[in-house]
Design a protein around this ligand. Structure first.
Ligand code: PEP
Ligand code: MN
Length: 362
C-alpha cells in the first residue's frame, strides 16, 4: 500500500466515527465535469465528510437514466484526489463490487431495491469476502425490518465489520407528502435493535422534494441519528435523475447551519436530576393509565356477558362511531391529534373485542 492509500484509510476510519457524518453528492454521476465541480463545491463548504454518486442506477421503470456505469468510477477517483474526500457508491452485483473496489471506492452502499432481495444481497456479500471496506445498508423499499436485518446479517457473515444503516423511507401506494414514507417508528425500532451501528438518515429519498428536506433533517437530529446522506448537484433542476430533491452544495451548507444540533446526553447533574424527576412522573402516569385500561377491560367483559346472555353481536358500528366522535372532540380540546386518537382507540377497541370474545366463547 502506498502512503497516500494508508492516509486515506485512516481518513475513512476517522470519518466513520465522526458525528454528524455528512455524505453528499449527486444522485447520479453524469459527466466528469459535473462530478468534479460538485465535489469541489462540497469540499469548499467544509461541512461534508464523504462524496456520494450513483454509478449504476436501479430505476423503477426502464427508459430513465440508468447510470453512467463503470466509466464514471475514474471521475470519482479523480474527485477524491482533488478534494481528499473519501468516496462512496451503490453496488448491487458482484461485478459492481469488483469494479468499485478496483477504482478504490472507500465505502460501499447497498440500495433499497437490493436490500429487498436476499439473492442480490448474498451475491454482494459473497463478493465482499476477504475485503475490508465499510458498507452502508439502506432499508428495503417495503416496511420490513426482518429483510433489513437479514441484509445486515449476510454482510456481517461475509466478514465486514463496519456496517452502517441508512433510513431512506418506505414505499407506499398512492399520493402522500413524502416520496417514501419515513415511518419513523420502524427506524427507531431498527436503531434500538442495533445500537452499535451508525444510523444515517437519507432525507432526499424520503422527501422527493426540496421544500421539506430541512424539516425531515431536524426530525432526524431530534431522534439522535448519526448523520446524513443527502443528494446535491451543481444545477439541481437539470439533474439526470431525482432532480426535484437535489440541492446545490451551497444550499446544503446553509441547511446544515439552520439545523439545531442536539446531543444524546450531557454530564450536567442539574439536567439529569430534572429529567429523572419528570421521568418518574411519566412512569407514575403510565402506571395509572395501565390500571385504568385494566378497569376498562373489566367493564367491557361485563358488557360481553350481557351481550352473550341476550345473544347480541360484539360489534355495534353505531356505538363505535359514537366513541370515536366523542374522543375526537375531546382530543381536539386537549391537543391530541386525530391520527393518535384513531390509533389509540383502534388498539383499545381491539383489546376490548378480544376480552369480549373470550367471554362469548366461554
Ligand atoms: C440513491 O441513493 O440514489 C438511490 C437509488 O437510493 P434508494 O436505494 O434509497 O432508492
Ligand atoms: Mn437518487
Amino acid at each position: 500500500m502506498t502512503s497516500t492509500e494508508t492516509t486515506m484509510k485512516e481518513t475513512v476510519q476517522a470519518k466513520w466515527k465522526k458525528r454528524p457524518l455528512i455524505i453528499s453528492g449527486p444522485c447520479s454521476a453524469e459527466t466528469e465535469e459535473q462530478v468534479l465541480e460538485t465535489a469541489q463545491r462540497l469540499a469548499k463548504t467544509g461541512k461534508v465528510d464523504m462524496l456520494r454518486a450513483g454509478i449504476w442506477k436501479p430505476r423503477t421503470r426502464p427508459g430513465s437514466f440508468e447510470g453512467i456505469g463503470t466509466k464514471g468510477l475514474p471521475w470519482m477517483q479523480q474527485a477524491k484526489k482533488i478534494t481528499g474526500l473519501p468516496i462512496t457508491v451503490e453496488v448491487a452485483t458482484a461485478k459492481q463490487v469488483e469494479d468499485a473496489l478496483h477504482f478504490d471506492v472507500d465505502v460501499l452502499w447497498i440500495g433499497a431495491r437490493t436490500t429487498v432481495n436476499p439473492f442480490s444481497v448474498q451475491e454482494v456479500a459473497d463478493a465482499l469476502k476477504g475485503v475490508k471496506v465499510p458498507v452502508l445498508i439502506k432499508n428495503p423499499i417495503n416496511p420490513d425490518l426482518e429483510l433489513w436485518t437479514g441484509a445486515v446479517e449476510r454482510v456481517a457473515k461475509a466478514g465486514i465489520d463496519q456496517i452502517g444503516l441508512i433510513h431512506r423511507g418506505f414505499s407506499a401506494y398512492g399520493n402522500s407528502e413524502y416520496r417514501n414514507a419515513p415511518m419513523w417508528h420502524l427506524a427507531i425500532e431498527m436503531k434500538r435493535r442495533n445500537p452499535e451501528l451508525p444510523f444515517i438518515n437519507d432525507p432526499s429519498h424520503i422527501c422527493g422534494r426540496r421544500d421539506i428536506l430541512l424539516d425531515v433533517m431536524q426530525k432526524a437530529v431530534n431522534l439522535d441519528y448519526d448523520g446524513f446522506i443527502i443528494e446535491s448537484h451543481i444545477d439541481p433542476d437539470k439533474a439526470w435523475s431525482d432532480a426535484k430533491q437535489q440541492v446545490t452544495p451551497e444550499r446544503l451548507a446553509e441547511m446544515l447551519d439552520e439545523i439545531v444540533w442536539r446531543k444524546e446526553d450531557t454530564s450536567s447533574e442539574e439536567f439529569h436530576a430534572a429529567l429523572e424527576k419528570l421521568r418518574q412522573q411519566i412512569n407514575h402516569l403510565d402506571d395509572e393509565l395501565m390500571q385504568i385500561l385494566g378497569q376498562r377491560m373489566k367493564v367491557a367483559e361485563q358488557i360481553g356477558l350481557y351481550k352473550k346472555n341476550n345473544e347480541i353481536t360484539i360489534l355495534q358500528t353505531n356505538r363505535w362511531n359514537e366513541i370515536l366522535e366523542r374522543a375526537f372532540k375531546q382530543g381536539d380540546k386537549i391537543g391530541l391529534s386525530k391520527e393518535f386518537i384513531t390509533k389509540y382507540f383502534d388498539a383499545v377497541h381491539m383489546e376490548s373485542i378480544n376480552h369480549q370474545n373470550k367471554i362469548m366463547n366461554s
